[in-house]
Design a binder for this molecule. Structure first.
Ligand code: HDE
Length: 694
């Protein structure tokens, strides 16, 4: 029999059931009836017709026919992992939330990363925003922090969300492009919605090309409140800071990754966990009060704005470690249901109109997607603390409540006393004080506040804060996307909006499109020059990786490669915390200089250099000569050079470098220590030599 570890459903764990098959198990139907033959249907005679009474066949095909559920309308493509959140210090002075009370305490989490526009089967690496959703299973209920890897959003009011998503997804009549914003409808909408300009700067920057989920930031975006036991509220913005640093790929690299491995980031998450390089982030809080909020030149309820870290520092209060991948993709990653409305006492919403709309949407969509109001009982969604109420019945009810009492209050016990569970004013939500701005009075209006009217100043702030190579990537990305837009009036309108962001940016994009630069579009309020925020940079920013820790580094070998050099390099990379990957024309064995046979991790033709952070060519004259006739080898080197990666090489590898058009620079090094050091960086100064950037 299968070992069924069935936990008591009444304990509030949702009746979690894990099945682990053993070699002695007998195959059964879903009714537990043993199956004698799983290869043949029940027929009347060996060559006769199939019998309708074959319930084994009917049950199996019936179940299979219904295996798919509707995919998420957005964020359909996702990958997830289990882990924990560990608190550094008690935050009881600012919040009563149970998970923030005791230093050192760990709270289990399940975190799902996603792209937004593509379907569930789309590639991992389009230019797209990444979802960053964390479910904290706290002792006082589930808290979902459903964020993105960008701290602002395209729209200020939830009523525009269906329009935004319709415009971004594949075009209604064509059914393409999949997982791509480089098309007419998206840019038509964006160009007509100036409030999206700030986010579009982020979307066109390297932020939407993360190297790995482990090398991107996460943001709760909206302003929330933390509320302490006395009911005092403090505004908060949530941040996730990656321990592995911030790293993105180059667009050309991203496109090639998509072709070579559509599951690149899902695989990377799995492999990092598998080898013990657990992805880790620190939870950061920007804490502020109403006086600070009033001092800002924008509204903290406006989700198209961020608060620069230079103005309000990010306080690190704990860390999240993802150390276990799901046992089953469907049961966990697909069925997990995040909802921004899932908050715990000690955390509260604000009147951000984008957040308020989200509070309705998630529960609603999950009923459709998961098919029953009881989806909270699915193990991945079930709280790990007691769940007690008088909600009953519904499709797929998994629990068996005992007794007559299904209402509150009741006094059905023998003694006649009022029986529980009952509400608890002490531990439930508290009304917050007005220090954070109560605004629930006034006329009923469909109106945008004046304080939301500045759509360009922060877009300018973002663009001007970036490092020079990042600015060039951003400008080139807009040129690329608008080049795919067939409607000239859309391109012109977008250029007019860009003039407001930065005239130089607009001129560069116009030049890249070979179009005339139009006049600036009208703005509701004058655009301001805000103080720049270098913390927003990836390149040359505060989170730039300084070592190869956690990074995959490729070592190309071929027949005759120096065995000792390969051995030394592999150890040096491993010692620095990197993951050495041996790549050879044949995986089964390469004949090394000392006559030994060395197995490779990957075959050259199926493992382009876009998969690694840097490459080392440990080649003999003989091996190099053979590779000169291999397009995959030449492309391997050409791409590493074009993607500004460090290239370490043996002397004998020079003919291959020459054939790949590599020119010497500081990213070209020998083998050994200099290579391990260089491999942590990218050499962007090389980029103008290999491609025209806007
Ligand atoms: Fe979502 N979003 N969203 N969103 N969102 C969904 O819920 C929605 C927004 C985010 O890994 C849906 O279960 C509205 C902002 C993530 O399962 C849906 C608005 C942010 C995920 C939905 C927004 C997000 C979703 C689709 C405008 C960052 C994936 C499937 C007000 C703070 C969660 C689902 C996962 C998923 C609605 C805007 C993040 C339809 C109406 C802003 C990470 O309910």
């Amino acid at each position: 029999m299968a070992k069924q570890q069935t936990l008591d459903p009444s304990s509030g764990n949702g009746g979690e059931t894990h099945q682990i098959a053993t070699g002695d198990d007998i195959l059964t139907t879903n009714q537990g009836i043993p199956i004698s033959d799983n290869q043949n249907q029940l027929k009347s005679g060996a060559r006769g017709p199939v019998l309708l009474e074959d319930f084994v066949l009917r049950e199996k095909i019936f179940h299979f026919d219904h295996e798919r559920i509707p995919e998420r309308i957005v964020h359909a493509r996702g990958s997830a992992a289990h882990g924990y959140f560990e608190l550094y210090e008690s935050l009881s002075d600012i919040t009563a939330a149970d998970l923030f009370q005791r230093a050192g305490e760990r709270t289990p989490v399940f975190t799902r990363f996603s792209t937004v526009a593509g379907g569930a089967g789309s590639v991992d690496t389009p230019r797209d925003v990444r979802g960053f959703a964390v479910k904290f299973y706290t002792q006082k209920g589930n808290w979902d922090l459903v964020g993105n890897n960008i701290p602002v959003f395209f729209i200020q009011d939830a009523i525009k969300f269906p329009d935004l998503i319709h415009a971004a997804k594949m075009e209604a009549n064509k059914g393409y492009p999949q997982a791509a914003t480089a098309h007419d409808t998206f840019w038509d909408f964006i160009s007509l919605m100036p409030e999206s300009t700030h986010m579009i700067m982020w979307a066109m920057s390297d932020r939407t090309l993360p190297r790995s989920f482990a090398t991107m930031e996460g943001f709760g975006i909206h302003t929330f409140k933390l509320v302490n036991a006395e009911g005092k509220a403090t505004f908060v913005k949530f941040h996730w800071k990656p321990k592995a640093g911030l790293e993105s790929t180059i667009w050309d690299e991203t496109v090639k990754i998509a072709g070579a491995d559509p599951d690149y980031q899902r695989r990377d998450l799995f492999e990092r966990i598998d080898r013990g390089d657990f992805p880790e982030w620190e939870l950061g809080l920007q804490l502020f009060d109403q006086t600070f909020a009033d001092s800002l030149p924008f509204d903290v309820l406006d989700s198209s704005k961020l608060i620069p870290e230079e103005l309000c520092p990010v306080r690190k209060v704990g860390r999240m470690v993802l150390d276990r991948y799901p046992d089953n993709f469907f049961a966990e990653t697909e069925q997990v249901a995040f909802c921004p409305a899932n908050i715990v006492p000690g955390i509260d919403f604000t009147n951000d109109p984008l957040l308020q709309g989200r509070l309705f949407s998630y529960l609603d969509t999950q009923l459709k997607r998961l098919g029953s109001t009881n989806f909270h009982q699915i193990p991945i969604n079930a709280p790990k603390c007691p769940v007690m109420n008088f909600q009953r019945d519904g499709h797929m009810q998994m629990q068996v409540p005992k007794g007559r009492a299904n209402y509150e209050p009741n006094s059905l016990s023998e003694s006649g006393e009022i029986a529980g569970p009952r509400e608890c004013p002490m531990s439930g939500f508290k009304t917050t004080n007005t220090a954070t701005g109560a605004d629930e009075q006034g006329d009923k209006l469909r109106i945008r506040p004046e304080s939301f009217a500045d759509h360009y100043s922060q877009a300018r702030l973002f663009f001007r804060s970036l490092a020079v190579p990042e600015q060039a990537h951003l400008a080139s990305a807009i040129v690329f996307e608008l080049s795919k837009v067939g409607l000239e009036h859309v391109r012109t309108r977008m250029l007019s909006n860009l003039v407001n962001v930065d005239p130089d940016l607009a001129a560069r994009v116009a030049d890249g499109l070979a179009m005339d630069l139009p006049a600036a579009s009208p703005t509701a309020v004058p655009v301001q020059d805000l103080d720049l925020s270098p913390a927003l940079r990836i390149i040359e920013g505060p989170l730039v990786p300084t070592s190869i820790e956690g990074a995959a580094i490729g070592i190309l070998i071929a027949d005759g490669s120096d065995a000792a050099a390969v051995d030394a390099l592999t150890s040096a990379i491993g010692d620095a915390g990197g993951k050495p990957i041996l790549i050879a024309p044949k995986v089964g064995g390469t004949k090394m200089s000392d006559g030994s046979l060395l197995k490779a991790d990957a075959q050259l033709a199926g493992f382009p250099s876009v998969f690694v952070g840097a490459i080392a060519l440990v080649l003999s004259e003989e091996g190099c000569a053979a590779l000169l006739k291999e397009a995959a080898a030449i492309q391997f080197v050409m791409d590493a050079f074009g993607h500004c990666k460090a290239i370490g090489h043996s002397e004998a590898a020079r003919p291959l470098l020459d054939k790949a058009g590599v020119e010497p620079d500081e990213g070209m090094v020998g083998l050994g220590k200099p290579f391990v050091k260089a491999a942590a960086k990218r050499f962007y100064a090389r980029e103008p030599k290999v491609r025209t950037l806007a």
